[in-house]
Design a protein around this ligand. Structure first.
Ligand SMILES: [Zn+2]
Length: 274
């Protein structure tokens, strides 16, 4: 394989691959996934070369990892909660919900039982807890972020309902429950109570409680991002790779019709709209 580097920029991968019109091995850009496949575009002539699947990309990755020891450059910054960052400190922190992802139906194992659960991921940013990072060669500073998964249920014992009631500071009426749209909490401020856990020498910051905001925290710095299978459309470009992977593992992913537009949620809400 005539590839000699692999760099991830946002959700794009830059690799080397043969391009027929160019008659040589050139830089190509691999796009974020659409319907589980990525477009490979030649950076010299602009030609679409082919699509590659997630599995093929994984093979490319493992190829590069092996090559690393032979002196080739491998650079693969990953999103998600990994890395050697310090965990978000324990305590009550100002936060804004900037993204909600419908994860579809996930197969989960818990205490030896296999369960199919429709799940949803909430992502919050912490305006007062900052991190310096590099993106596209630029030094940037942004809010730290944290996410939590919930089973998509508003049953009175469901964790999601308890979280939403705690967030708004009052219980739901029957009418509110019937008309509740999860998108309503996008862009809304909250106080997040963080508690640490250390299962295997690694300390994780967990969102233990979501409480009403102490003031209006304004708009999030991250773009407001929403994805649901009900609304249709593709996984938004802003979606981190590790969350996109979860979505693409759902039962619903293969059943989604292609070429549906995503509607972007409004971001002009001021008070708690739920
Ligand atoms: Zn070309």
């Amino acid at each position: 394989m005539p590839l000699d580097f692999m760099t991830k920029i946002d959700r794009y991968y830059a690799i080397k691959m043969p391009c027929e019109p160019c008659r040589s091995t050139v830089d190509v850009l691999v796009s974020p996934p659409k319907r589980g496949k990525r477009d490979v575009i030649c950076q010299r002539c602009g030609q679409f070369i082919r699509t590659i699947t997630k599995k093929e990309l994984k093979q490319f990755k493992s190829f590069y990892m092996e090559e690393k020891d032979m002196g080739l450059t491998v650079k693969e910054p990953e999103g998600g909660s990994g890395g050697d960052r310090t965990p978000i400190p324990e305590g009550l922190h100002k936060a804004i919900c900037y993204a909600i992802y419908d994860l579809g139906t996930q197969i989960n194992e818990w205490q030896g039982q296999t369960k199919q659960q429709h799940q949803v991921m909430f992502c919050w940013e912490f305006p007062d807890i900052r991190i310096d990072y590099e993106k596209d060669g630029k030094q940037l500073n942004g809010p730290r972020v944290l996410s939590r998964k919930f089973t998509l249920s508003l049953h009175e014992k469901a964790a999601l309902r308890k979280m939403l009631q705690s967030w708004r500071g009052k219980s739901f009426t029957r009418d509110e429950l019937a008309g509740f749209d999860i998108k309503n909490v996008l862009g809304v401020g909250a106080q997040l109570q963080i508690i640490h856990s250390t299962p295997k020498d690694v300390t994780y910051a967990n969102i233990e409680n979501v409480l009403p905001p102490a003031a209006n925290y304004g708009k999030p710095e991250n773009p407001l991002t929403f994805f649901s299978f009900e609304d249709g459309g593709d996984i938004p470009d802003e979606c981190p790779e590790w969350i996109a992977d979860i979505i693409m593992n759902s039962k619903e992913w293969d059943e989604v019709p292609a070429d549906v537009d995503v509607d972007t949620p409004k971001d002009d809400e001021e008070d708690l709209p739920f």
